[in-house]
Structure formats: structure tokens, C-alpha cells
Ligand binder design. Structure first.
Ligand code: SF4
Ligand code: ZN
Length: 301
């Protein structure tokens, strides 16, 4: 098949727009959409230090690469990579190598923060626990990323959530009845205006996963493709399968889910009785006496 925009061979078919794209048009289109997201949602203003959360997987490394392509020449902007090592043997130790290598190639500083130092390693936790591993992992990772951003004086934290992650997360938050998380999840920033919250941005939030894979392969970005050994227990798996099946039968449904959410965003408000306290132990923001990280650590002791 030929590209819909030139005479080159196509490498991908986009069923939602009924277009075939060659490698060059895919790259151009993906970078243009990321640039538009950054401008439209005011993700990055001048003189900013941007932390990019990089696991070593395709999404986060592509995000790092694209941000460097789009912003690398701007001297007022500094990009650094931040990796969180959850202590999952055979998985994270391998992906960290890819994160480190890409930072080296792009000339970007790379910082690694560990569960071992600031929480408890996932392999340790799962020796004795039957609870959902991802709940611990997500809470600890968020807390440590926040800490890293403060330590490194980061202004905005860029996360490699793609369209698939975005719609899965929204669907999971609805299924779990998590109104606060539903309200908080947005392309840029949150609804709480507090200096202690690092602004998170998701420049890939509307880019389909398969386009990111095609971009990474074309750019020869070496990413880690393994699966977390604890992922099998996650609610995300059946949700992902369900949404992918829907997309196969009804092309474009992922975009329609995303757009429904974006149009509802303005009306979603933070619950009025919600108060922000400082955690008694670590002084992080929380709506309770102890933040989730500190109460998990007490529970695991
Ligand atoms: Fe952590 Fe769950 Fe992701 Fe594994 S799948 S890295 S346990 S959040
Ligand atoms: Zn705490």
C-alpha cells in the first residue's frame, strides 16, 4: 500500500482516519500533534526545567525523544530523565539500561530513584502480600516522583501516557468509583492549585499506542518490551482487551471516549468537602492524616 500523502510505501494504516502513512508522514504527523498538544494545553512555558518520567518502555522513551526534537534547541528549557526503580528483578533492572542509554545518546541528564530507598521494593512486598501489587506500586511511584521533582527543582513532569493508557485509566477509574482520580486526570496539570503538587503533563495523551511503536521503531529507539511479572493481576488487562475489541469493531471509539471525557472536564469539580492536609509523617499533601505511601508503609511493617 502507498502512503495517502505521497508515493512512498505505507508502514501503518490508521483506521480512525482511513489513511495510510509512510515513515516520514508518520513522524511528521506525530511530532505535529505533540507540538499542538503542548501549545493548546499550555504544557510548557519558557524557562522551564522539564522532568520526563522514563521507565525504558516505548512510550516514555518516545516522549523523551520527541520532546528533545521539539524543544532541544530552546536554551531556556532543560530536559532531564527520571527513572523510578520499583525493585522488580528481571524487569525494571533491564528497562533501566534502555533509559540510561537513550539519555546518554541524547545528552540528557538521567536520575534514578528507588523504592528501596524511599518505600519498599516490590519483590519484597509481593513475597508476603496477596493484595493488588499495582496499588502499592502506583502510590509509591507517585510519591517518589514527587520527591524527585522537588529535589531536582523540576517545574513540570512529563508522563508518557498514550491514548490507550488514557482511555483505559479513565475507564478503570469509573469502574473503581474513584471520582477524585477521574477529576484529576487531564492532559496538563490538575484541579488543585498548590505549590506542593508538581504539574504533570501528558503530551502523548491522544496518540495511539501503535503509532508510538511505529515511530520508535523507525527512529531506532531501543526500548524494553518486557512485561512486569505482576501485571497479570491488574484490572488494566481486561479493560485493555475490551477497549481494543471495541476499537476493532468500531474504529475511532478510543478517540470518541477521550473526547467525551474532555468535553465533560469543565463540569467535573473537586468535592467541596475535600481538604488538603500535610501527612503527619512525610509532610506530603494528603486528604487524611497520613498519606497513602506512609499508611501503606505502616501496614507493610
Ligand atoms: Fe507496578 Fe503494576 Fe506496573 Fe508492575 S504492572 S510496574 S506492579 S504498576
Ligand atoms: Zn506521608
Amino acid at each position: 500500500m502507498k502512503c495517502s500523502f505521497c508515493k512512498n510505501d505505507a508502514i501503518i494504516y490508521l483506521s480512525y482516519s482511513k489513511n495510510f502513512l509512510c515513515d516520514k508522514h508518520l513522524v511528521r504527523s506525530l511530532e505535529k500533534r505533540v507540538g499542538n498538544n503542548i501549545r493548546k494545553y499550555g504544557m510548557i512555558t519558557s524557562k522551564r526545567k522539564i522532568g520526563v518520567g522514563i521507565s525504558g518502555g516505548k512510550d516514555s522513551l518516545t516522549l523523551l525523544y520527541v520532546l528533545k526534537e521539539l524543544l532541544g534547541d530552546n536554551r531556556k528549557i532543560e530536559i532531564v530523565g527520571i527513572t523510578i526503580d520499583e525493585g522488580i528483578k528481571g524487569y525494571r533492572d533491564k528497562s533501566i539500561v534502555n533509559a540510561r542509554e537513550l539519555c546518554k545518546t541524547l545528552g540528557i541528564k538521567h536520575y534514578i530513584y528507588t523504592f528501596k530507598e524511599y518505600a519498599k521494593e516490590m519483590d519484597e512486598i509481593m513475597k508476603n502480600s496477596r493484595s493488588d501489587p499495582c496499588s502499592y506500586c502506583g502510590v509509591f511511584r507517585r510519591w517518589i516522583l514527587n520527591k524527585a521533582c522537588k529535589d531536582l527543582s523540576i517545574d513540570v513532569l512529563a508522563i508518557g501516557h498514550n491514548l490507550d493508557d488514557t482511555v483505559q485509566t479513565l475507564q478503570m477509574n469509573i469502574m473503581r468509583n474513584e471520582p477524585l482520580r477521574i477529576a484529576r486526570f487531564r492532559p496538563s496539570g490538575g484541579i488543585l492549585d498548590d505549590d506542593d503538587f508538581i504539574t504533570r503533563i501528558r503530551p502523548l495523551f491522544n496518540i495511539p499506542e501503535r503509532e508510538i511503536v511505529a515511530y520508535a521503531l523507525y527512529k531506532e529507539i531501543e526500548f524494553h518490551n518486557g512485561e512486569c511479572p505482576y501485571a497479570g493481576q491488574a484490572l488494566r488487562n481486561p479493560v485493555r482487551n475490551f477497549i481494543n475489541e471495541m476499537e476493532n469493531n468500531y474504529p475511532g471509539i478510543k478517540f470518541r471516549m477521550l473526547n467525551s471525557y474532555l468535553s465533560m472536564l469543565e463540569t467535573i469539580k473537586i468535592p467541596e468537602n475535600m481538604k488538603i492536609n500535610k501527612c503527619k509523617k512525610c509532610k506530603e499533601n494528603t486528604s487524611n492524616e497520613l498519606c497513602k505511601r506512609c499508611s501503606f508503609l505502616e501496614e507493610l511493617d
